[in-house]
Design a protein around this ligand. Structure first.
Ligand code: ADP
Ligand code: MG
Length: 674
């Protein structure tokens, strides 16, 4: 068995299980190894019923006392049953697990492991796991990995698969020599996989993680260098002249471009006319107005007789761009075409035809535009929105689409990163920084509060809606979870509907919904048909609804600062005063300090550098990565030191030929960085 093999090459993994693995991003055995635990769980010693404390995770040996009571609340089925030992009783509850009714018999004794909560003045173990005493004994005191899973896939099955791979596969020789490892203080590659999945303690897991992060950064940096070497040589196959169309378009806008927008557009015009193909990153804080600059570049392409494509990370964003851009182009004779997976086959066929025949001058879609079989007549400019990475593989696909000629590439990102990191990460790109917000904007007003403030927050939201505005409410989770008491979108939507009353329309949005549903919800919100949108971080990138003036972020302490900044960027986009309420439920001084940074500034670059200062290695596990710059394992902020080390190591081991230096990305399972 080779590590590059498909996951189905493991015994016991058929197509059905493979499909589940695929849902969490695991297709090959390398990907399985890189599917590292999101966190680790320790199993505490058994306690007695009387010692159960609310909000604590505990394990108790209990006997089922009564019969199971089933409730249905808003489509949710809830099972309740009392259980106890000689010291007291407690209520056990499960959501959406109706089959347990047959399992839970009076007199049955098991170990129940879960989190205690107060529900209606009663102590309640919610969604707990049930185990035989022997089974629990084996786990007790151990550090056990918690994986990102999907329905039907258990942590046990992931662990079992990893075990087999560790046992049966031969690892490639470590490209770091023992001496190099010692001087970098990193473990051997094969050991680090063993230890990240089966650590003795947290220390060991952290040490293993260091190596995996180093790897990921190192291979990424090599790719950036490779791109840089090649980019220098790419000639400009699509030279363009500045067009009168753009001047006319600028005059038609209801506002004047900011200085930063004008400067950036000037950079672009120079690139489009120069000897080499454009390779530019626009780094501009949320709300700085990147879209209109992208549109100007696309208009230039159209005026010069070429096609331009704008690619968004999600369908929701693609649809939104289409709507905004066609709005701005009213009265201009420019043909814009949308192509997304959510369209009907017939619509897609029509769009493809117009793209292939050249009728479509501006094409808007997701990255499927270059990965799928879309044919362009004369694509000369490719723009990716809200993406920092545009790797070797994507570039190759792009030039293949253009008969081997490399079109101009423009990458737009709102992730504010400090200069030193930017140079490492974007070494291959020219950078335009848009560091100026449109003048008409009022700075967002912020506050950090705790749960006691909720009634006030709800009445504030109600008042804003009454004024005709809209609001976002952000929760960390999609649904009720057994391992966290953070707010979830599903329950919170019900709660808000109750609190806000019938005349306020509340909708919900999260990543587990089907693309079509998500689009519909987003469309309703952007057209003002719903007032309040309860959502996970899926709205964090790019969504533009200027009428939204309030954002309430529940469990704000759970998010990274840069991510909070991205989220907050969804408001303050129009002419009205906007407000951001950070709900801190942590009761931790340190976490509150972080939130005070959000309170004190709206400047993304300041947020990012403070973030960098505050985040220590302790935060790594169980911490959501910084928005869009998501490596699988590493985090550019927390792991900034490793990023520097990887960069230094790449400096001292320069690429020897155009195509590499003998270290094969695929051999080390890092092809996904291409
Ligand atoms: P982002 O940089 O986050 O992608 P957008 O391009 O979505 O920002 O722009 C945010 C909002 O600002 C949009 O509603 C857009 O119409 C508006 N906008 C863009 N440029 C200006 C400007 N120079 N003056 C006023 N409003 C502007
Ligand atoms: Mg944008």
């Amino acid at each position: 068995m080779e590590l590059s093999d498909d996951i189905t090459s493991l015994k016991g993994i058929g197509d059905k299980t493979a499909a589940l693995f695929k849902r969490v991003g695991v297709c090959s055995l390398w990907e399985l190894l890189n599917h590292i635990p999101a966190d680790y769980q320790t199993y505490p010693g058994l306690i007695k019923a009387k010692d159960i404390e609310p909000k604590e995770t505990c394990a108790v040996k209990l006997t089922i006392k009564g019969t199971v009571n089933t409730l249905r609340v808003r489509g949710l089925s809830i099972l309740n049953v009392t259980a106890g030992d000689e010291t007291g009783t407690v209520m056990l509850s499960w959501y959406n697990m109706p089959y347990l009714k047959k399992v839970l018999k009076p007199g049955m004794t098991k170990i129940f492991f879960g989190k205690a909560e107060i529900r209606r003045d009663n102590l309640n173990l919610v969604q707990c796991r049930m185990m035989d005493p022997g089974e629990y004994e084996e786990l007790e005191g151990q550090l056990s990995p918690v994986y990102h899973l999907t329905k039907g896939l258990t942590g046990k099955s992931v662990q079992k698969a990893v075990r087999t791979v560790m046992k049966d596969c031969v690892f490639p020789e470590d490209f770091l020599s023992e001496e190099e490892r010692r001087s970098l203080d990193l473990p051997k590659l094969s050991d680090s996989f063993e230890k990240i999945h089966f650590p003795k303690d947290r220390q060991e897991a952290l040490y293993a993680r260091k190596r995996l992060v180093f790897n990921e950064f190192y291979f990424f940096i090599r790719n950036v260098r490779r791109l840089k070497n090649n980019a220098k040589k790419t000639e400009n196959s699509f030279p363009m002249m500045e067009s009168a169309l753009c001047t006319r378009f600028m005059e038609s806008l209801p506002y004047e471009l900011t200085g930063a927008q004008k400067r950036t557009y000037a950079d672009i015009i120079k690139d489009l006319a120069s000897k080499h193909a454009m390779n530019r990153l626009i780094q501009g804080d949320v709300g700085s107005g990147k879209t209109v600059v992208a549109l100007l570049a696309m208009l230039d392409a159209a005026a010069n007789g070429f096609q331009a494509a704008l690619m968004a990370p999600t369908e929701v964003l693609a649809v939104q761009h289409m709507k905004n851009i066609t709005g701005m182009l009213k009265g201009f004779d420019i043909n814009c075409v949308l192509l997304t997976g959510g369209m009907t086959e017939k619509e897609k066929r029509t769009a493809r035809k117009s793209i292939a025949e050249g009728g479509a001058q501006i094409v808007i879609g997701t990255h499927a535009l270059i990965t799928d079989l879309v044919e362009f007549k004369s694509l000369a400019l490719a723009i990716t929105d809200e993406q920092h990475r545009f790797g070797v593989g994507q570039r190759k696909a792009l030039s293949d689409k253009c008969g081997g000629k490399m079109p101009h590439v423009l990458v737009m990102s709102a992730t504010p990163i400090p200069r030193t990191l930017a140079i490492i990460l974007y070494g291959d790109l020219d950078i335009s920084v848009m560091d100026e917000l449109p003048k008409s904007r009022l700075p967002i007003k912020n506050c950090v509060v705790d749960r006691r403030y909720r009634p006030k927050a709800y009445s504030f939201i109600r008042d804003e809606v009454k004024k005709g505005h809209q609001a976002y409410v952000i929760c960390p989770l999609v649904e009720e979870s057994e391992s966290s008491d953070c707010e979830n979108v599903e329950d919170y939507t019900c709660l808000l509907r109750e609190k806000l009353g019938d005349d306020i329309r509340v909708a919900m949005l999260h990543g587990r919904m089907r693309p079509k549903e998500k689009d519909a919800v987003m469309r309703d919100f952007s057209e003002g048909n719903t007032d309040v949108l309860v959502s996970t971080t899926v709205v964090e990138v790019g969504v533009d609804v200027p009428n939204a003036t309030v954002m309430l972020i529940e469990d704000a302490h759970m998010f990274g600062l840069s991510q909070l900044h991205q989220l907050r960027g969804r408001i303050g986009r129009g002419k009205d005063q906007s407000f951001c309420i950070f709900m801190d439920n942590s009761k931790s001084r340190e976490k509150n300090e972080r939130l005070q940074i959000m309170n004190s500034t709206n400047d993304g670059f300041r947020v990012a550098s403070e973030d960098l200062k505050l985040r220590g290695p302790g935060d790594i596990f169980g911490f959501r990565q910084s928005g869009e710059l998501s490596f699988r394992i590493g985090d550019i902020f927390t792991d900034a030191k490793l990023l520097q080390q990887a960069s230094d190591y790449a400096d001292s081991h320069p690429l020897s030929s155009e195509d590499g230096d003998g270290i094969d990305d695929e051999k080390y399972g890092m092809a996904y960085l291409l």
